[in-house]
Design a protein around this ligand. Structure first.
Ligand code: CP
Length: 319
């Protein structure tokens, strides 16, 4: 299929394992156009006028929820936020009933974050609006994976052939899984490192991934280092090794960073535990693109909403 025939219209975005390389490139190319809108004085365009989007968040979020909201509003859609703690979910309403209620209001897309892996796929089967997975347990966070690739491409002009190191709490990280799916399809060489207690068992046998015991080996000559948040709230028996040990043995600091390429790019999905998985001087050094990732998150979410709700052809972005 030629690139011009690729369309995500009406498609739910559940995980990068379900998107082809061409589809991911379509999102990245569209996000480039969207970034031009964000950088204008007047950011509003009518591309999604008359469309309605619900942000349905069962877990806390700053970046993802806010950027999906801004993305929808910049494109002229009506956006409503439902947060579990202030909705009828606290009265015991089930996910199914909540989804059916939202569908009955005539929404066009549901952006959903949930603690259960597979929740977005379940939603996609229960209701007809397009579902965009904004994070389901440790399974997937496709928009974060795409914004990470967009940021890499902006700096390196390519993804294929790059050495990308992903460090830390892989076990609980939906970002790591989306990164791994996306980066492998795009031809990057993916290296993983972290304590054994935070590496899922399947990873050792996964094709096309290099697993290291030592952070030093993963970052050696790396083009990109993606440091993951240690998800302290999901550690069932507390963090092992202890936070102090973790920072000493596995934290990304200046000395470890110096093993990577001179123009290495440092990413972190946020929110950061500064001083634990990443030292403050690395988080804010000139290799860090962490703030750019946040801005690129809005562009990627504008691209996803536009492609899912309108396709790619009828953008009225010059109005
Ligand atoms: N990266 C990310 O998902 O951040 P939030 O939890 O703040 O949305």
């Amino acid at each position: 299929m030629g690139k011009n025939n690729i369309s995500l219209r009406g498609k739910s975005i559940l995980g990068l394992e379900y998107l082809s390389e061409d589809e991911m490139n379509l999102v990245l190319d569209t996000a480039k156009e969207m970034k031009n809108i964000i950088n204008r004085d007047i950011k509003k365009v009518p591309a999604l006028r008359g469309k309605s989007i619900i942000n349905l968040f069962y877990e806390p979020s700053t970046r993802t929820r806010t950027s999906f909201e801004l993305a929808g509003k910049y494109l002229g859609a009506d956006v409503v936020n439902i947060t579990a703690s202030t909705s009828s979910i606290v009265k015991g309403e089930s996910l199914r009933d909540t989804l059916l209620t939202v569908e009955a209001m005539g929404v066009d897309a549901i952006v959903m974050r949930h603690k259960a892996e597979g929740a977005a796929e379940y939603a996609d089967k229960v209701v007809s609006p397009a579902i965009i997975n904004a994070g389901d347990g440790a399974h997937a966070h496709p928009s974060q994976g795409l914004l990470n690739m967009f940021t890499i491409k902006e700096h390196k002009n390519k993804i294929k052939g790059l050495k990308v190191a992903i460090l830390g709490d892989i076990l609980h990280s939906r970002v790591a899984r989306s990164d791994i799916w996306g980066l492998r399809k795009m031809g990057a060489e993916v290296h993983i490192a972290g304590p054994k207690t935070l590496l899922p068992r399947f990873i050792e046998n996964e094709k096309g991934i290099f697993v290291h015991d030592r952070i030093e080996d993963a970052v050696e000559n790396a083009d990109v280092i993606n440091v993951l948040r240690i998800q302290l709230e999901r550690q069932k028996t507390g963090l092992f090794p202890s936070p102090r040990e973790y920072a000493r043995i596995f934290g990304l600091n200046k000395e470890r960073l110096s093993r990577a390429k001179d123009d290495v790019l440092v990413l972190h999905p946020g929110p950061m535990n500064r001083g634990l998985e990443i030292s403050p001087d690395v988080a804010y050094c000139n290799h860090s693109a962490i703030q750019e990732q946040v801005q690129n998150g809005v562009a990627i979410r504008m691209a996803l909403l536009t492609l899912v709700l309108m396709g790619g052809k009828s953008l009225e972005i010059n109005d």
